[in-house]
Design a protein around this ligand. Structure first.
Ligand SMILES: *Cc1c(COP(=O)(O)O)cnc(C)c1O
Length: 339
């Protein structure tokens, strides 16, 4: 552990080489036993379906070095189940939960020295990846698949309190079709959002909010995180739509919000409702919660919230979830899994 020269307090969310990843191959109708690989590159068939036709899915979750010194993973079964859904939707060989858990545990154990120490605010980010690695030139599912789990240490986004950000809606871009792939975690969804994200970045805006592709009337989600809003009458509101990726973070926050006495509403949310919300935020594994204080759409700029008013509630939700992850608070729901 001592030979690693990592400044744990200065970790961002960037790729970082660790000791190894774990790699499994599906061939002749079954998965092999998986191998730890130190190489950062993979030999890949030039006609692999992932490259040509986008048969590729990923996941993102975290493990933490807890207060008692042990390493625990946050709700990995949820990611395992979601990856099965994604695999089925794009006709890939699924990875069942026991295999997913074994892969995650093995790769963490092999990279234990990369789990940021307790108290640094960092975590080990876990990135499972499943893709068609076998050749096809006609458009049919591959016969061979590769499942990789890689890990890297990442920092906590916040030092001090939650920092609000701006967001933008571009009516000339959609992220996913109404009955398309928006509810599964395929790489192509991120490709679809890259051009609007680049546009926003050039305007200095870190986040893009996507509306329902059919009417542009309802809110779907941000490019890489779910949309949540808090109302002045103590409600937690989040959109219900086929085109939203079911976020683990959002589900956890809904549960914690209920425990704080809030009413949780999961329903179609019209963009028109934005001015009525007390607070709007984005949520996902990487950052947990980011308040949004301004949304631009065309010539209109919507400023949200008396800001201070509801920020303490968001902060409380954030503190509760991070306390569970670090072991600073009780894990009443059994969300943390031993490595
Ligand atoms: C992964 C992802 C999220 C966040 O999900 P979490 O399980 O909370 O990390 C939200 N939206 C999209 C589009 C995603 O791909």
């Amino acid at each position: 552990m001592s030979e690693l020269s990592i400044n744990w307090k200065k970790l961002g969310f960037v790729y970082r080489r660790t000791k190894c990843h774990i790699r499994y191959v599906y061939r002749d109708g079954e998965w092999d036993g998986g191998r730890l690989e130190e190489s950062e590159t993979i030999p890949l068939h030039v006609a692999a379906t992932a490259l040509h036709y986008g048969q590729a899915a990923f996941e993102g979750l975290k493990a933490f070095r807890c207060r008692d010194g042990r390493v625990r993973i946050f709700r990995p079964e949820m990611n395992a189940a979601r990856m099965v859904d994604t695999a089925r939707r794009i006709c890939m060989a699924p990875v069942d939960e026991p295999m997913f858990m074994e892969a995650v545990r093995r790769v963490i154990k092999a990279n234990l020295e990369y789990v940021p120490p307790y108290g640094t605010g960092g975590a080990l980010y876990i990135r499972p990846l499943l893709f068609g690695s076998g050749p096809q030139i006609g458009v049919t599912p591959a016969v061979e698949y590769t499942f990789i789990v890689m890990v890297m240490p990442v920092g906590s986004y916040y030092r001090g309190g939650l920092k609000p950000m701006r967001a933008v809606v571009y009516d000339e871009y959609d992220r996913s079709a109404p009955l398309g792939l928006g509810n599964v975690k395929v790489g192509g969804n991120y490709a679809a959002a890259m051009a609007p994200h680049e546009l926003a970045r050039r305007e200095g805006i870190p986040s893009v909010l996507f509306l329902d592709a059919r009417e542009h009337k309802y809110i779907d989600e941000f490019g890489t995180s779910n949309f949540i809003a808090l109302t002045h009458d103590n409600k937690y509101v989040t959109p219900d739509s086929h085109s939203i990726l079911p976020s683990v973070t959002n589900k956890c926050l809904q549960r914690l919000a209920k425990e704080l006495g809030m009413t949780v509403e999961r329903r179609p949310v019209e963009f028109e409702e934005i001015p009525q919300f007390a607070t709007v935020a984005a949520c996902g594994t990487a950052v947990v919660i980011t308040p949004v204080n301004e949304i631009t759409r065309g010539q209109t700029v919507y400023r949200i919230g008396p800001e201070r008013g509801c920020l303490p509630i968001l902060q409380k939700l954030y503190d509760r979830i991070t306390a569970i992850q670090t072991g600073d608070g009780p894990d009443d729901h059994g969300w943390m899994k031993e490595v």
